[in-house]
Design a protein around this ligand. Structure first.
Ligand SMILES: Cc1cc2nc3c(=O)[nH]c(=O)nc-3n(C[C@H](O)[C@H](O)[C@H](O)COP(=O)(O)OP(=O)(O)OC[C@H]3O[C@@H](n4cnc5c(N)ncnc54)[C@H](O)[C@@H]3O)c2cc1C
Length: 581
């Protein structure tokens, strides 16, 4: 057994993990700092944060008047009032100073003619509490996430942060209710390593690979969420999964909302700008849940292109110079994947699974909380897409994830640092790798004829059919049965690769196991929530029901079942209202 000891472990090297690492390992005035290591299954700069295109929202007011209160209002309303408003207030206030901090680290933002950070409009972001669109999204062309990731990684290297690249974390270690490390595979060798530490922060990103059509990278299999769930920690609000309106038809590859921020328009088969009917004020820049539903409705009512299940994103009326300067990467994608020049031809799009609003419940210092009374689990932290703080409620606004990862990555890193400086190191449980060894042995000895790839693609196709933009009791119940069947088949998986070196098949098997658990949590939460709110839209319960459902779901693992509890929403400034745009 390879054993490493650190004060703090950060799992994940996307925006949230790198920001946390930078803060956690910062030396104090006497040069003292905790010993921090970052473990990542990917080389850090390959993390999904690097694909974020559109921008990061902050009320800098560089091009017109803007206030963090307006940003907070938009976030709360966009999230259909399931947002914890104390957390949203922190996020929208601190967004401003954190964006400047990134600028001072050297992030090459696009600029206004007078040299300030450039900003553009984005879905659901408004001035004066909903009067009209506002330019709030700070961007670096359509490569904002790439620039964030590169900037933070460079800063981490400069500060001497220790990285374990291509280490796949498979278990959280705890003793008597206190965090004491993680178990991980070294992908290159298949060797198991124990990382003994006082504190662990999960920043493992999303789980969009649960669905067939998704904007998410192959690696977004919800590992961190599932690993803690298996250790008895609940997951919050998993039934809220965002579908981004504009994925490339059949592929799901994202066309950023910035394309509509720059003036792009959605059209149906008769060329109609249909969003005017659904959201008269914000039109194509309404929040994503509404636009995705509108596209599904157009298709259901026969107004998809050629009667098929897609519509068009039209940029042809925009100046070619704007498209080339502000949307260069998506121009490239469209040319590569569709052979289309977006300057001349509209782009076929359909909604694509994009973002998990739910995740590991935390407080506003990224400390993991384990029940409805908000009890903290000592030494455990989560930030970024795998966490649920909850600033996105039922539906996240565009640009608010980059803000979330940076603001709460930063706060989490600071809180972890403070804890790791004072807390003692809890001893390891006996046989810390035991559970993992058993899982591997079971997979290696599998005698059945099932394959990971087959079960995974069935899960993804069925989830897309039965638990995506619109849901019904019937479909969700069927889906739960399907998941049970797939879980049963999973026990009969037989691995072809019995080796240890770069055994990605074994890792795929672990990841599928996570996706099956997370799908079960998502569908159970969705079945129980008999209302429509944000991205969770029940055809059989089409209205929001604040009297019964203005509360967060907490899902616990109980054997092979999911047990649900509920937690109140924090409401400070904005009382729930009808959501019109
Ligand atoms: C195509 C696309 C475009 C987007 N555009 C925007 C945008 O313009 N604005 C915006 O606000 N949001 C956008 N988003 C959302 C946003 O980019 C993500 O939610 C955010 O970047 C997630 O950051 P993260 O740090 O939480 O996780 P990630 O960046 O996904 O990083 C996860 C990290 O965890 C590691 N990891 C995972 N599992 C394990 C494991 N088992 N062991 C070890 N390491 C592990 C990975 O190696 C990786 O380093 C976009 C998302 C996509 C998919």
């Amino acid at each position: 057994m390879a054993l490493h000891t650190f004060d703090g472990i950060i799992v994940g090297a996307g925006g949230a993990g790198l920001m946390a690492a930078l803060q956690a390992s910062r030396p104090d005035s006497s040069g003292k700092s905790p010993r921090i290591a970052v473990l990542s299954k990917l080389y850090p700069t390959r993390s999904h944060t690097g694909t974020a295109q559109g921008g990061i929202g902050a009320a800098l007011g560089n091009l017109e008047d803007d206030k963090w209160e307006w940003h907070m209002f938009d976030t709360v309303k966009g999230g259909d009032y399931l947002v914890d408003q104390d957390a949203a207030e922190i996020m929208c206030r601190e967004a401003v100073e954190t964006v400047y901090e990134l600028e001072h680290m050297g992030l090459p933002f696009s600029r206004t003619p007078d040299g300030k950070i450039a900003q553009r409009p984005f879905g659901g972001h408004t001035r004066e509490f909903g009067k009209g669109p506002v330019r709030r999204s700070c961007y670096a062309a359509d490569r904002t996430g790439h620039m964030i990731l590169q900037t933070l990684y460079q800063q981490c290297i400069k500060q001497g942060v220790t990285f374990f690249d291509e280490y796949h974390v498979v278990d959280l270690l705890m003793k008597e209710g206190v965090t004491c490390g993680v178990a991980a595979f070294q992908i290159a060798t298949g060797e198991l390593h124990t990382f003994h530490s006082k504190a662990v922060l999960f920043a493992t990103g999303g789980c969009g690979r649960m669905y067939k059509i998704t904007s998410n990278a192959l690696t977004l299999t919800g590992d961190g969420m599932a690993v803690v769930y298996r250790r008895g920690i609940p997951l919050q609000d998993m039934e809220f999964f965002q579908f981004h309106p504009t994925g490339i038809y059949k592929m799901g590859i994202l066309i950023t909302e910035a394309a509509r921020g720059e003036g792009g328009i959605l059209r149906n088969r008769s060329g109609e700008r249909f969003m005017e009917r659904y959201a008269p004020t914000l039109k194509d820049l309404a929040p994503r849940d509404m636009v995705s539903r509108a596209i599904y409705r157009e298709v259901q009512e026969g107004r998809g292109i050629d009667g098929k299940d897609y519509v068009l994103l039209d940029l042809t009326h925009l100046d070619a110079k704007v498209i080339h300067a502000k949307l260069p990467d998506i121009t490239d994608f469209v040319e590569t994947y569709l052979g289309i020049d977006p300057v001349k031809q509209p782009i076929p799009i359909q909604p694509t699974a994009h973002y998990a609003m739910g995740g590991i419940p935390t407080d506003s210092d990224a400390r993991v909380i384990v029940d409805e009374r908000r009890s903290v689990l000592p030494g455990l932290y989560a930030a970024g897409e795998c966490a649920c703080v909850s600033v996105h409620g039922g539906n996240r606004l565009g640009t608010n994830s980059l803000v979330d990862i940076i603001v709460f990555g930063r706060r989490g890193g600071r809180a972890l640092r403070e804890y790791a400086m004072r807390a003692p190191l809890t001893s390891l449980p006996a046989d810390p790798e035991g559970v993992t060894k058993e899982r591997i042995a079971r997979l290696r000895q599998g005698k059945g004829s099932e394959t990971v790839a087959k079960i995974r693609s069935e899960l993804q196709a069925e989830m897309m059919e039965k638990a995506s933009v619109f849901r019904t009791k019937e479909n969700l119940e069927q889906m739960l049965g399907i998941i049970r069947g797939l879980k049963d088949r999973y026990t009969k998986v037989r691995l072809q690769d019995t080796g240890t070196i770069f055994n990605t098949e074994l890792l795929d098997a672990f990841e599928l196991d996570y996706l099956l658990d997370l799908a079960q949590v998502t569908v159970t939460g969705a079945l129980n929530r008999t209302e429509s709110r944000g991205a969770h839209s029940r055809e059989d319960f089409p209205k929001r029901d604040d009297a019964n459902w203005l509360k967060h779901t907490l899902a616990y693992r109980k054997g092979d079942q999911v047990e649900l509890k509920y937690k109140p929403v924090s409401i400070t400034r904005f009382q729930p209202q009808e959501r019109k745009y």
